[in-house]
Design a binder for this molecule. Structure first.
Ligand code: SF4
Ligand code: SF4
Length: 441
């Protein structure tokens, strides 16, 4: 693995690692679970057509619901069990909220088999790009980082003419080790998944970015990466290097325009869970039915990296892991969101954390210390945006480029006046989006 000196960016902070609880934990199956509420619309489109009736039994990996359009994905049964009823499940949506999806409730579940190495059945290295794209589009795969059906994402990347594909395994946020564990335990599958995507997209420049502090864990990834002409790069861990816009800036020196994705500057990005799911489906015919999730935090008694089935109830998982009451969030402590009742594990769930609630602190007026401005990685004048929020000056916020915010959470983390700046900036962005002033690729 190459430890190259790439560029960096202004701002950012050095966060505590806090990964000791799960860093060396292998990926294992999670059990027991009383039920699953498997989302029929894991992508924000219409739900897939259910193929079973309540009362019928389904086997693990069997197709539960069929996609009728490219905006849907096929849904496969994560575990064997009884189709009990139709319900609702909440999935994380965008940066700021949750989305309700119709869900099929499975009960009387069989225990999971876990995530073992599977023998490849399909010679993807001899397949042409078109056949690979077709295969990728029909497997119920999502591009988890983008919460989009894989087929749609491939189409967008091709339309944008992306020349670089980046496997983003930086994961430089406290507690979360899901991608780290996937790359360490299934290095060859993750690297091959990235190579399959590159082949399907006919992209030649393929980069795999990891945190330089974990180099010793990834020795087994080096061989396959070299063989498949993937540049494996160990980068410094300044937070938020793993955020899409920052990683593209560090690796290509191209700045993602405010409110756009990396595709706007010719780069496509996937995470470790996506690569693993791609390899297991394309090469081994294993449909995506779950993902590696870190369950951790100071209030969890039995932390670990678990292969959790889609539709697992987040509250039940945390309770089985011995989580005490506190601040329960999905995602990282910096940008995760508190878990509402009914939230389930979906393709974008990388962590379920039980954190210590922040000590009560009264928000005070901005004292113009400038910390938020100095450390904002996209160089926003956050203090001025806070004024715009308080004075409801949407137009000024737009002119200040509020859409460039990457939701890293640094400003709230640092603010000595305890102002919830990230939320406020997020609300400004959302208001502008509703106004139609935002733009997206
Ligand atoms: S304004 Fe956005 S990008 Fe800047 S520090 Fe705050 S959350 Fe991060
Ligand atoms: S960190 Fe807080 S107090 Fe300091 S300038 Fe920013 S908003 Fe004001």
């Amino acid at each position: 693995m190459l430890e190259k000196r790439y560029g960096t960016f202004a701002g950012g902070i050095d966060l505590p690692d806090d990964k000791d609880q799960t860093l060396d934990e292998p990926v294992v199956a999670f059990w027991p679970l009383s039920h699953l509420a498997v989302p029929l619309a894991p992508a924000a489109g219409p739900p897939a057509r259910l193929l079973f009736k309540p009362g019928q039994y389904v086997s693990r990996g069997e197709k539960l619901a069929a996609a009728d359009s490219p905006d849907q994905v096929d849904v496969f049964a994560p575990l064997a069990g009884k189709v009990d009823s139709l319900g609702e499940a909440l999935l994380r949506s965008g940066r700021n909220g949750w989305r309700s999806s119709p869900a099929v409730v499975l009960t009387q579940l069989d225990p999971p088999a876990g995530l073992s190495e599977v023998q490849p059945q399909y010679d993807w290295q001899s397949a042409d790009a078109q056949s690979l794209r077709l295969r990728l589009a029909e497997g119920g795969l999502m591009c988890g980082g983008q919460s989009q059906p894989m087929g749609r994402w491939l189409e967008r990347v091709r339309q944008a003419g992306a020349a670089t594909l980046i496997g983003n395994l930086m994961e430089n946020v406290p507690f979360v080790t899901a991608d780290h564990a996937a790359l360490r335990d299934f290095s060859s599958a993750v690297v091959r998944g990235l190579a399959i995507l590159a082949r399907a997209l006919e992209i030649r420049q393929v980069l795999l970015a990891v945190d330089h502090r974990r180099l010793g864990h990834y020795r087994q990834a080096v061989g396959p990466a070299r063989l498949l002409r993937i540049d494996a790069l160990a980068l410094v861990h300044k937070y938020p290097t793993g955020a899409e816009a920052m990683l593209v800036l560090v690796l290509t020196r191209r700045e993602v325009p405010p409110g756009r994705s990396a595709l706007a500057v010719g780069s496509a990005m996937v995470n470790g869970a996506d690569c693993l799911a791609v390899y297991r489906w394309v090469a081994c015919g294993q449909a995506p039915t779950g993902r590696v999730v870190t369950v951790s935090g100071p209030r969890v008694r039995k932390p670990g990296n678990f292969y959790l089935p889609f539709g697992a109830d987040a509250a039940e998982v945390l309770s089985c892991a011995g989580a005490r009451a506190g601040l329960h969030v999905e995602g990282s402590p910096m940008s995760g969101r508190p878990l509402p009742p009914g939230a389930v594990v979906g393709p974008a769930t990388d962590a379920l954390l039980a954190l210590e609630p922040a000590p009560p602190a009264r928000a005070m007026q901005c004292i113009r210390c400038g910390w938020c401005v100095d450390h904002c990685p996209v160089r926003l004048n956050v203090a001025a945006l806070n004024d715009d929020y308080e004075l409801v000056r949407l137009d000024r916020a737009r002119r200040r480029g509020v859409q460039a915010c990457i939701d890293c959470g640094i400003c709230s983390y640092l603010c000595p006046s305890h102002l919830s700046l990230t939320d406020r900036v997020g609300q400004l962005k959302e208001a502008l989006r509703r106004d139609g002033a935002g733009n997206a690729l």
